[in-house]
Design a protein. Structure first.
Lengths: 121, 235
């Protein structure tokens, strides 16, 4: 089953790469956000099956946005995609109940986690 | 497989190109109107000042003539005429003050809405050109230059992400090379062929990733074709 995905990243270049990868796997990109604030607004409006969330963003970072989204919808599927391999962020993401904390370039891991989520749905 | 939309919506959901074009057209019309208004205000101020000065001179001339001809004691009609001219002068002076206040307000608003944001944009762009990629421009929702501020911030985010990606990938490859060196120093290359292959594969993946990133850019009318930099087709 294809997933309806909301892609959150402040870099247009990275959003494009992530979107292309997800589309090539047959998923539908229902929205793009470039900050945590936009992500929260779009999550409320679109109710996606999955949110791919960057960590470092202007206005509001991904961890804060994820906290707010999970606060409003504890069943939200949030997958952190980042280039920073920081333990502090990783621990925080796990504590929040995120579906994963993966390097943006690690396509096989992204694919595996999304497949697992699809099977659970 | 789900139907894929032509483009992903960004909040608010609208055609970004069309709304951007509309916004720029509105902005241009607004500045044109402000420029025309400023020009008219300047002409009006000039004419008004000239008129007030002429009135003032006329009143003074009449008063001097009256003093010499009737000892400063004019007849009723003349007094009324002088009073009328004086009241006209007062009215024109008030109008001049209002016009100057309007013009001053426009100049002040222009400074607040155009000069200050432009200064911020220039400062941030200059810092970025010097390599301070974390420099940001505050995107004020009501500023006319929010679109440009957003574009500058986007460019900075892109640069940072690409550099971070390159740094991480290079670091990863360096670790793999160090592993290979260690394995080779042990002198048993045949015994650890599988480990060597894994590390070489890591480097290959990293290079492929860097190559794919490079292929997405176009620079100096050239592009990276995966092996070398070639000129772009400019036809």
């Amino acid at each position: 089953m294809a997933m309806r995905v909301l892609v959150v990243d402040d870099s247009g270049f990275m959003r494009k790469r992530i979107i292309e990868e997800l589309r090539s796997q047959g998923h539908a990109i229902i929205g793009e956000a470039r900050s945590g604030i936009e992500a929260i607004e779009l999550y409320r409006a679109l109710k996606p099956d999955l949110v791919t969330m960057d960590i470092t963003m202007r206005d509001m970072d991904g961890i804060t946005a994820a906290k707010q989204i999970m606060g409003e919808d504890p069943k939200a599927n949030i997958l952190f995609l980042t280039i920073l391999n920081d333990e502090k962020y990783k621990t925080e993401a796990e504590r929040l109940g995120a579906k994963g904390f993966i390097n943006k370039t690690d396509t096989p891991s992204i694919t595996r986690i999304i497949r697992e989520l699809e099977q659970k749905q | 497989m789900a139907t894929q939309p032509a483009s992903s919506p960004r909040f608010p959901i609208e055609d970004p190109k069309r709304s951007r074009g509309k916004r720029f057209a509105l902005l241009a019309t607004r500045y044109r109107l402000v420029a025309v208004f400023c020009l008219l205000a300047l002409v009006a101020i000039g004419l008004n000042a000239l008129f007030v000065a002429e009135l003032h001179t006329e009143i003074e001339k009449i008063e001097v003539l009256l003093k010499t001809n009737s000892g400063g004691n004019p007849s009723g009609d003349l007094r009324k005429e002088i009073e009328f001219l004086s009241s006209q002068k007062t009215r024109m002076t008030v109008l001049l003050a209002v016009l100057i206040a309007c013009f001053g307000s426009i100049v002040y608003l222009f400074y607040r809405r155009v000069a200050i944001p432009l200064e911020g944009l220039t400062r941030a762009a200059r810092r970025m050109s010097r390599g301070e990629l974390s420099a940001t421009v505050h995107v004020h929702p009501k500023h006319d230059f929010r679109e440009i501020a957003q574009i500058i911030n986007d460019m900075s985010a892109n640069f940072q992400e690409v550099l971070l990606l390159m740094g991480t990938t290079v670091g990863n490859s360096q670790s793999a090379i160090e592993q290979i060196e260690k394995l080779l120093k042990n002198g048993n290359a045949a015994g650890c062929a599988e480990d060597l292959t894994d590390q070489i594969q890591t480097i290959r993946n990293d290079l492929e990733l860097l190559s794919s990133v490079m292929r997405e850019f176009e620079f100096y009318h050239t592009r990276f074709d995966g092996r070398k930099v070639v000129p772009t087709d400019r036809s």
